[in-house]
Design a protein around this ligand. Structure first.
Ligand SMILES: Cc1cc2nc3c(=O)[nH]c(=O)nc-3n(C[C@H](O)[C@H](O)[C@H](O)COP(=O)(O)O)c2cc1C
Length: 184
């Protein structure tokens, strides 16, 4: 797929089924993530993979966190089932490294770029996915259960699989509404 065509047609898919990317396809997805812009070459990323049965472990972690913050039983169940919405879930974390010229925000942004690059690499290979977040990504209990440190930040969960629905036509956006040539 042509690079510009991919950029202009990137889209998410919330309904995903088997097969998920695996083997060389998944390796290419990780390699695309590792091309994220990276100030001072800190490589502040970790991709934590939940495939197959491991998604239930992630569901247990999210459900326990929901219980700990006093969510109602329906919300606890929703949290438990959340990772089952795709055959493969990748938690993307900024493993933040102290640096006098690269603040936390830049490292979070870099991890976000990695997540988007991975979604695009999935789409380029005929798969797709969606970037999801929710309160989970800010929950320190979830961070600890995933093996993250106090300084780290989850930037999202990338749900991946084979699209179950037709690609919807993206609304055309007019650059003129978002672009301003500075003239003062
Ligand atoms: C940081 C971030 C967090 C997001 N979290 C969610 C989420 O929790 N649930 C959701 O349905 N979409 C979430 N989205 C939006 C989807 O990833 C997606 O971009 C949106 O559905 C629009 O679809 P499109 O990517 O095809 O334009 C999030 C996007 C970003 C950038």
């Amino acid at each position: 797929m042509d690079a510009l065509e991919l950029l202009l047609n990137r889209h998410s898919c919330p309904r995903l089924a088997e097969p998920a990317p695996a083997g060389e396809q998944l390796e290419l997805i990780f390699k695309a993530g590792l091309r994220a812009p990276d100030h001072a070459t800190l490589t502040p990323w970790e991709f934590i993979v939940f495939a197959g049965e491991q998604r239930y472990r992630l569901g247990d972690i999210l459900a326990a966190a929901a219980e700990a913050r006093g969510e109602v039983p329906e919300a606890v169940d929703k949290a438990r089932n959340a990772p089952l919405r795709a055959p493969l879930v990748i938690a993307v974390a900024a493993r933040v490294k102290p640096h006098d010229k690269v603040p936390e925000l830049e490292q979070h942004l870099s991890a976000g770029c990695a997540l988007m690059a991975m979604q695009m690499a999935a789409q380029a290979q005929g798969f797709n996915g969606i970037w999801r977040s929710g309160w989970f990504i800010f929950d320190r209990g979830v961070h600890r259960q995933l093996g993250l440190g106090e300084q780290d930040q989850l930037v999202g969960f990338l749900y991946l699989g084979t699209p179950l629905m037709e690609v919807r036509k993206l609304p055309e956006r007019d650059p003129a509404q978002f672009v301003r040539y500075f003239d003062r």
